[in-house]
Design a protein around this ligand. Structure first.
Ligand code: NAP
Length: 204
């Protein structure tokens, strides 16, 4: 069976790859000790079918610093330990031209043409794949239409600065909305499926 590729992305309303503070952002949205809707849908629900997580270098090192089992602080909710255990056991691909050592179990570095990397990983034996993206990586994934589906967490902030997901692209990409959920503090969790046929954009 083909390995399904899901891209996860986190952005402000103006498409910035930032994690700003906003009313409620430091409060749990889920029940005490339980993951909120976005964490549940993007991660917890996927633990049994996903065996590979692909990250850009910055996302990889950020996750290692905060979410590796070694980094997990005692007293964190059990679901965060589950997340660390999941990240520990999956095959982790770090995209980088410069990193040689990764210092995290089950991880490897790949570099070069993203389309070829994704095709190579997809052809390997394993379960489904998550691409955990910063703006530059996700921009390429969308531009090349590499993922089968996308989970967006959209935060209720027009941030006004920082790296953008949506720099110009030559063609438009159509996505089919599968679900949309508003969370307690105004975040939207959006699930889209890829539409493979591209529609040529018309100039106005
Ligand atoms: N999920 C997330 O982690 C996330 C979400 C939203 C926002 N952000 C924020 O976004 C910022 C980082 O954004 P970003 O898009 O630059 O992060 P990123 O995708 O995690 O990392 C970008 C790096 O990945 C490497 N890379 C990407 N494609 C490659 C390829 N085909 N071959 C080899 N290396 C490749 C390059 O590393 P080398 O320089 O080593 O070659 C590149 O500099 C951070 O400030 C972060 O906080 C992160």
């Amino acid at each position: 069976m083909t390995r399904k590729i899901t891209a996860n992305l986190y952005m402000t309303l103006d498409g910035r790859g930032e994690f700003p503070q906003y009313p409620g952002s430091d409060l749990p949205s889920g029940k005490p000790g339980e993951p909120d809707e976005f964490f549940q849908r993007m991660w917890t629900d996927r633990y049994s079918d996903v065996t590979t997580v692909i990250m850009g270098r910055r996302s990889f090192t950020g996750h290692r610093q905060v979410h590796s089992l070694e980094a997990r602080k005692p007293g964190a909710p059990e679901f965060m330990f589950d997340y660390s255990r999941f990240l520990e056991r999956v095959d982790k691909v770090c995209l980088s031209h410069r990193l040689k050592r990764l210092d995290w179990a089950n991880s490897r570095v790949l570099k070069g043409d993203l389309g070829k990397i994704i095709a190579k990983v997809r052809a390997e034996k394993g379960g489904n794949i998550i691409i955990e993206g910063g703006p530059r990586l996700i921009h390429e994934v969308i531009r090349l239409n590499l993922a089968d589906d996308y989970w967006f967490l959209v935060m209720p902030v027009v941030f006004g600065r920082g790296p953008r997901y949506w720099d110009s692209m030559k063609t438009q990409t159509n996505l089919k909305l599968l679900s949309a959920t508003a969370m307690r503090y105004g975040e939207l969790v959006l699930h889209y499926e890829a539409v493979r046929e591209k529609t040529a954009s018309k100039s106005r």
